[in-house]
Design a protein around this ligand. Structure first.
Ligand SMILES: *[C@@H]1O[C@H](CO)[C@@H](O)[C@H](O)[C@H]1NC(C)=O
Ligand SMILES: *[C@@H]1O[C@H](CO)[C@@H](O)[C@H](O)[C@H]1NC(C)=O
Ligand SMILES: *[C@@H]1O[C@H](CO)[C@@H](O)[C@H](O)[C@H]1NC(C)=O
Length: 705
């Protein structure tokens, strides 16, 4: 008995020590404990400064119970960043604090709301999922919102830098990446200083942007600094920012410049931000974050790629606060035993050009990425076998074979939510190290699976690589409320399914064309042999490369009628925007700019049926593969004519030349008619002259002279 008691006691002492030391550990790391819900008194005093996201809950509501663990995890994950941004997550138990909740007019549980020093600001959007990610996105969004600047009382984290310090960074002495801004000033200590900048209208607004940027980047481990070009003249001159040192033209405006320096390197470590000033903070954020990310070129696994290609694209009602990002992942796949360091050098040279293509992220992998492409491809075929009355579709192995070569190292490209594999055709070492070739390959494939369509993006998409993409298919969506958003997302799923189903037909047509060319080639060399041509000619014919035309591709887009009300008519999709409903689809044939709004049976095209989407895409883009292509009716994009006069589209399509030709034609016809008339009249006169002598045509002319 006693011995057992003693051992229990010893155990308890031991355990207490363990617990105590764990507590000490967490204190040492500066991690606070998850706090108790606020009392009314605490609420009153805490909201006086900073921003607060409050969860008003009841311990008896089931949604509140479901939220509790998410809330705790969010609080833990965000506490460090929250301190920096002056925004906290707190809870209020409305059963314990009935008066407070009544005063704040809480009518449902849980109620998630944002408060500032002057009280209630707004609700966490009802339609958003209550997840850690969306809660943190919401917190960041609000902390960085200029409307809340005062409540947050944010100070810039940017450090004042000298030219010498910057040169040390360039020499590789830094251990963190630095985003540095250059100003036309002499003694700006903090980048928040209130200064009168000469000839720099952009400077004060950029100071505010820089403050927010300094906070945002600090949470991604990127430091920020600022340099006064008037006092670091030689550095600024060397970097080509002469105008920040001296005003040469008193009328011209100047703007601050930005550069990123990567740590622990002394070559290829300086990146200058674009050639133009941008008013968009996210451009600078993306510039810094993506270059840093890509310079680290993290490893990625086949498993991670499978997750990426399965990502479901979902519109959210508030895309402003949680923008839908669809990333492009470029993977350098290599075998460490056979790859030489020179092969990897190409990655370093890709960083700069890739920073100019949106959403591209660079990785490396020692795993066999061919496996990832097969997995993705199989998954696509699982999806498109949705129609049991059609013969089973199987992965186009031949297509994969012409696209995916077993080689090492190799470059693969995967897009968020896209099962179609892409591989770089670098057959030789030179091609694998040709940065320009690789960059243009990535550029061609760099569109997201779903492109947002608005007047400026449609213009760009119409110009985008016309040889490879022959069409743009656009689905109408509406994100103004939860129900419409859900409906839009459902339609988008069907829409993508139809596009994949089309992709299967398209890949078969690519393979068919290659095979036809191969047959032709074989026949040519057979004929040459028969003719007894020189062996040189035969060899030349045999090694002639078969062009690999992976074309007739389709670009997918969505057009949000709640965001661009006048968009539809502005983009030339017709004048009656109210006629367009969620789920409607238009197909735009890129080379001819003809727009298809009806399927082959004369019905309005919608994403209801992936089968109809496929049939329509085939009829428009691969007419030789379709029996329905003759039934398709179309209109010219931006046509000024109503349906009755749609024949005039043909003329309108050729613009100035179209109308000029028609005008010319009219002139020719008129002249022809006129001549014909003249001939007739002449004959009449001649006939008359014969009878009345000089009173003929010639006589009249003479009188005029
Ligand atoms: C948070 O904002 C308040 C003003 O609302 C300010 O007094 C306080 O210093 C700020 N705290 C931090 C850590 O910036
Ligand atoms: C920042 O750096 C620290 C250590 O250098 C690391 O532990 C942390 O994960 C990094 N955070 C991010 C967001 O990269
Ligand atoms: C399945 O395919 C057939 C033609 O092959 C078509 O008539 C039918 O509408 C399709 N069904 C669905 C559900 O798409």
């Amino acid at each position: 008995m006693r011995i057992i008691d003693l051992s229990v006691l010893l155990f308890l002492i031991c355990f207490r020590k363990l617990v105590l030391s764990a507590e000490a550990d967490s204190k040492q790391q500066g991690l606070a404990e998850f706090p108790e819900p606020l009392t009314e008194a605490q609420f009153n005093s805490e909201i006086k400064s900073g921003l607060h996201i409050l969860d008003f809950y009841s311990p008896y509501c089931s949604h509140c119970l479901a939220l509790a663990p998410i809330w705790k995890k969010t609080w833990e994950t965000f506490q460090e960043e929250g301190k920096m941004l002056n925004i906290t997550f707190s809870q209020i138990d409305c059963i314990q604090n009935g008066d407070l909740c009544a005063r704040e007019k809480i009518t449902a549980f849980p109620s998630i709301r944002l408060y500032g020093p002057s009280g209630y600001i707004k609700n966490f959007p009802d339609s958003s999922k209550r997840s850690m990610e969306t809660l943190i996105d919401f917190a960041r969004q609000e902390a960085y919102d200029p409307a809340n600047m005062e409540a947050v009382d944010m100070k810039s984290s940017s450090e004042l830098m000298t030219g010498e310090f910057f040169k040390d960074l360039l020499a590789g002495k830094g251990n963190k990446p630095y985003l540095v801004s250059f100003w036309p000033s002499r003694n700006m200590k903090s980048s928040d200083d209130n200064l009168d900048f000469e000839n720099c209208e952009e400077c004060p607004p950029f100071q505010r942007a820089w403050k927010v940027l300094s906070k945002k980047l600090a949470s991604s481990n990127i430091s920020t600094g600022h340099i006064n070009c008037h006092s670091s003249a030689s550095l600024c001159n060397e970097l080509g920012f002469d105008d920040l040192v001296n005003i040469r033209n008193h009328r011209a405006d100047r703007y601050p410049r930005v550069a990123l320096v990567l740590p622990k390197k002394h070559t290829n470590n300086l990146f200058l931000f674009g050639s133009k000033y941008s008013t968009s903070l996210s451009d600078y954020e993306d510039f810094a974050k993506r270059i840093y990310f890509n310079s680290q070129t993290p490893d990625i696994s086949v498993e991670e790629i499978s997750q990426i290609v399965q990502k479901d694209f979902q519109l959210s009602q508030l895309s402003d606060f949680a923008p839908v990002s669809q990333k492009i992942h470029v993977v350098f796949s290599y075998n460490p035993e056979t790859t030489v360091p020179e092969d990897l050098h190409v990655l370093e040279y890709l960083i700069e050009p890739l920073s100019k293509i949106p959403n591209v992220y660079l990785y490396k992998s020692k795993e066999d990425m061919k496996k990832a492409t097969k997995l993705a491809f199989n998954q696509m075929y699982e999806m498109i076998n949705y129609n049991k009355s059609e013969p089973e579709k199987t992965p186009k192995q031949e297509y994969l074979d012409v696209n995916v070569m077993p080689q090492n190292p190799a470059l693969y490209l995967f897009r968020d939510g896209d099962s179609v594999p892409h591989m770089y055709h670098g057959y030789s070492t030179t091609e694998m190290r040709n940065v320009d070739m690789i960059v243009s390959w990535i550029e061609e494939l760099s569109l997201p699976v779903f492109n947002e369509i608005n007047p400026s993006s449609i213009a760009q998409l119409l110009k985008f690589e016309p040889q490879m993409y022959s069409g743009i298919a656009i689905q109408v969506v509406d994100t103004s409320d939860r129900l419409s958003t859900e409906k839009s997302n459902k339609y988008l799923t069907n829409f993508k399914l139809g596009a994949y189903d089309y992709e299967d037909v398209r890949m078969q047509s690519v393979v068919d064309r290659i095979n036809a060319k191969r047959t032709q080639k074989a026949e040519t060399s057979k004929a040459l042999k028969k003719k007894g041509a020189s062996s040189k000619a035969i060899v030349a014919a045999a090694v002639k490369e078969i062009p690999h035309l992976d074309d007739s591709k389709i670009i997918l887009g969505y057009l949000d009628i709640s965001r661009s009300k006048s968009g539809i008519s502005k983009m030339g999709f017709g004048t009656h925007e109210k006629d367009y409903k969620v789920g409607d689809v238009f197909v735009l044939h890129k080379p001819s700019k003809y727009l298809y709004k009806y399927d082959a049976f004369g019905n309005v095209l919608t994403a209801d049926s992936p089968y109809i989407i496929r049939e329509t895409l085939v009829a428009v883009l691969l007419p030789e593969k379709s029996l329905l292509s003759k039934n398709m009716s179309s209109r010219l994009l931006n046509s000024p004519y109503s349906d009755t006069f749609k024949l005039f589209d043909v003329i309108h399509r050729y613009g100035f030349w179209g109308y000029s030709s028609v005008l010319l034609l009219i002139v020719i016809i008129c002249r022809g008619l006129f001549k014909y008339k003249n001939v007739k009249v002449g004959r009449k006169y001649r006939a008359k002259r014969n009878t009345v002598g000089l009173l003929g045509k010639y006589g009249k002319k003479k009188l005029k002279d």
